[in-house]
Design a protein around this ligand. Structure first.
Ligand code: GLP
Length: 237
């Protein structure tokens, strides 16, 4: 696990942008993308760049169950607004949150991932160490699955909704196994609220209680954190 400590989210976005640029120059064709506030400056860098995604495929990590793709809180809509409208891909996949038939959605997404193996997967980090929507306790061998979101995640994500009751209780997400299959992983985490999760991910035991710790077993993962998120680490590289 390579660790890069930056001064702030902007600098982190620039570093992450360079990694994506290099991967694309080296032939990456499938980008695994993430939502949340963490990647926003990176998506801005991408929008303002001369990178061309029109021959690339994107596959997003997760989606809330029950939201139409046009719902302002859906991750599909988030991606449209923050990246896809400005930089269209050849195809952009996000799990189909409006399809209540989980079995169908999950099988379809696993098929998509098989057809488009991930070259670079971007990740944020939940305050409880989740990646995608893989909450603590998720078996590492899960591929795409349906999750019951934890109270902590609902609490943390309610800032995007008008009221807490509006936050969906379920999500479809790539599993730890799907993420670990990516050739390269770039994880971003900024701010003090992520410091415990960062410490567990980088220095703690590899445990299903802290899903991101599985990345210690990934051969090519770069973790980019700011000083606040790195504040509980004992190592600095
Ligand atoms: C959500 C997403 C994750 C994301 C996390 C952190 O739960 N499913 O993919 O990493 O939020 O969000 P933020 O970047 O806003 O802190």
């Amino acid at each position: 696990m390579k660790l890069i400590i930056v001064k702030d989210q902007q600098e982190g976005a620039k570093k992450a942008f360079e990694i994506f640029q290099e991967a694309i120059n080296n032939g990456a064709k499938v980008l695994g993308l993430a939502t949340g506030s963490t990647p926003l400056p990176l998506y801005k860098e991408m929008r303002e760049s001369d990178l061309d995604f029109s021959e690339l495929v994107s596959v997003n990590l997760d989606e809330y169950v029950g939201l139409e793709g046009t719902d302002p809180n859906s991750y599909r809509q988030f991606m449209e607004e923050n990246l896809f409208q400005a930089k269209p891909f050849k195809a952009s996949y996000v799990p189909d949150g409006k399809n209540p038939n989980a079995e169908e959605v999950l099988a379809e997404y696993d098929r998509i991932l098989e057809e488009h193996p991930l070259d670079v997967q971007l990740l944020g980090l939940g305050v409880n160490g989740h990646i995608g929507f893989n909450e603590p306790g998720t078996p590492f061998d899960k591929t795409t699955h349906k999750v019951n979101l934890t109270d902590e995640t609902i609490e943390s994500n309610k800032r995007f909704f008008d009221k807490e009751e509006d936050v969906p209780r379920y999500a479809y997400t790539m599993g730890p196994k799907s993420i670990m299959a990516a050739k390269q992983v770039v994880l971003l985490a900024f701010g003090e609220s992520k410091a415990d999760a960062v410490k567990g991910m980088v220095e703690g035991p590899v445990t299903e209680d802290l899903p991101a710790s599985v990345l210690q077993n990934h051969p090519d993962t770069t973790v980019i954190v700011d000083e606040a998120a790195a504040s509980k680490l004992t190592r600095s590289k």
